[in-house]
Design a protein around this ligand. Structure first.
Ligand code: JFZ
Length: 433
């Protein structure tokens, strides 16, 4: 078979006014809830179980006969997100296993053919619109079941017993049909979160980052923007954003850090940024994974992301029954309680004038600088190139108690002898530019 390399075609994409507005809204939102959930949750081994256990399509398809999430409650999901201070939800509509969580005409492997028989995407969309939270949809480009997906060139999905010849034109038509459903039957959608591009590239770290197929993104992206111009497109391809994309994502990573070894791309200075992370280690429900991050760690991640100008999309992998485990609930509630007090130092802020430091991070809004002391061991912090002329006030955000500071020859010193018991000691500096 021929290798076709992806070349980014010059494409004139002019985001609509509604799209630019949506980008601004998104940049201010700072925190969203990622939900990895579906029949893949049943075995309790994460969302890659089909691949990892090399289950055949035939055997894996049996899962649809057991998916009956009696505890799923869309209203409770949305209010859990809202009470956590989250402004949007990114829902898995179809992961690599190809299961569609909505009533789709284009695949039988969908929620209507389970004992549950109710359209999850519809219930979530209605509830999000009702409770005033935005809905983003995760959609996998990679498919482990369909014959027409170009698995020959793919890094994963060769195990499942597919015999037919792949046919990207047919697969592309299928994806466009499904995306058309998602963007015409469920009201306003904040964005589409694509994943799976990387299946057609060399492993991370290799010099060749080209794709082995031409995904024809210009066709997919223009369809989305035609159906819903405000709908933001993001793609977890771990590369510099392609033409037509409206936000840039960093999976399990902060822009510029590449601590996951997955995110070599530079942060865009034009597009909104988002990092996604898990509360435990797994995305999808994993029975053995109890490595929950603490509320303090999670708030620290939110603060750090904000200080780099990025949103945090924080994941839960609910149980097969639809129940959200109490370990997730507690941490989300803790973040919400923290944001009730400290939200002004997160929502609507911009990246700080310095990168994250060992003691914490900085966010900014108008003439306020928020110094987040996450680790209060130091008696003071020093900024030797403080970029503002004057500090007119310095106080704790919590109770407005004054904080001692000095500013001489562009060097600012802020007293920070706090205890480490607080999740975050936030100091507000009112500054003059
Ligand atoms: C992807 C998904 O595979 C995963 O299940 C989850 O949905 C996450 C948010 O996104 O994760 C990746 C991304 C890239 C690679 C592997 C998994 N990769 O480059 O091999």
């Amino acid at each position: 078979f021929a290798l076709i390399y992806f070349t980014s075609t010059a494409q004139d994409y002019n985001p609509s006014d509604s799209n630019l507005k949506q980008r601004d809204w998104f940049s201010d939102a700072r925190l969203g809830l990622f939900i990895h959930w579906g029949p893949f949750s049943i075995p309790g081994s994460g969302e890659w179980v089909m691949n990892e256990r090399k289950l055949t399509i035939h055997n894996y398809t049996n899962l649809k006969d057991f998916f009956n999430p009696i505890d799923f409650d869309a209203a409770a999901y949305v209010s859990t997100a809202k009470n956590a201070g989250m402004k949007y939800i990114t829902l898995i509509t179809r992961h690599h296993d190809g299961f569609s969580m909505w009533d789709t005409k284009y695949s039988d492997f969908n929620i209507m053919n389970t004992p549950y028989k109710k359209d999850i995407v519809k219930m979530m969309a209605d509830e999000c619109h009702k409770q005033g939270i935005q809905l983003y949809l995760y959609y996998s480009l990679l498919d482990w079941r369909r014959d027409d997906y170009p698995r020959e060139t793919g890094r994963t999905g060769k195990f499942s017993g597919r015999t037919g010849k792949s046919d990207y034109a047919s697969y592309l038509a299928f994806m466009k049909n499904q995306l058309t459903e998602l963007l015409t039957k469920y009201g306003e959608i904040g964005g589409i979160w694509f994943d799976g591009h990387w299946d057609q590239t060399q492993p991370e770290g290799s010099a060749d980052r080209s794709s082995r197929i031409d995904w024809k993104y210009e066709e997919i992206y223009s369809l989305i923007h035609k159906l819903q111009p405000q709908c933001m497109i993001g793609n977890n391809h771990h590369l510099t954003p392609f033409a037509g994309e409206d936000f840039q994502m960093f999976e399990r990573d902060l822009p510029g850090e590449n601590s996951s070894g997955l995110s070599f791309q530079k942060a865009s200075d034009k597009l909104p940024l988002e990092t996604c992370e898990t509360i435990s280690n797994s995305w999808g429900y994993n029975l053995g994974d109890t490595s929950y991050k603490s509320t303090k760690q999670l708030v620290g991640m939110l603060v750090k992301a904000s200080s780099l100008g990025a949103n945090l999309l924080l994941n839960i992998g609910p149980m097969p029954s639809g129940k959200i485990q109490p370990e997730f609930q507690n941490r989300l509630a803790g973040m919400g309680a923290w944001l009730k007090v400290y939200g002004e130092s997160i929502y609507g802020t911009k990246a700080g004038f310095v990168k994250p430091q060992t003691w914490g991070s900085v966010t900014q809004k108008d003439s306020k600088v928020y110094i987040h002391i996450l680790d209060g061991k130091n008696a003071s912090v020093l900024f030797d190139k403080f970029p503002f002329k004057k500090i007119s006030k310095a106080y704790l955000l919590k109770d407005r108690k004054p904080v001692k500071y000095s500013l001489k020859n562009s060097s600012a010193q802020i007293q920070t002898n706090f205890s480490n018991n607080e999740i975050d000691n936030v100091i507000v500096l009112e500054v003059v530019k």
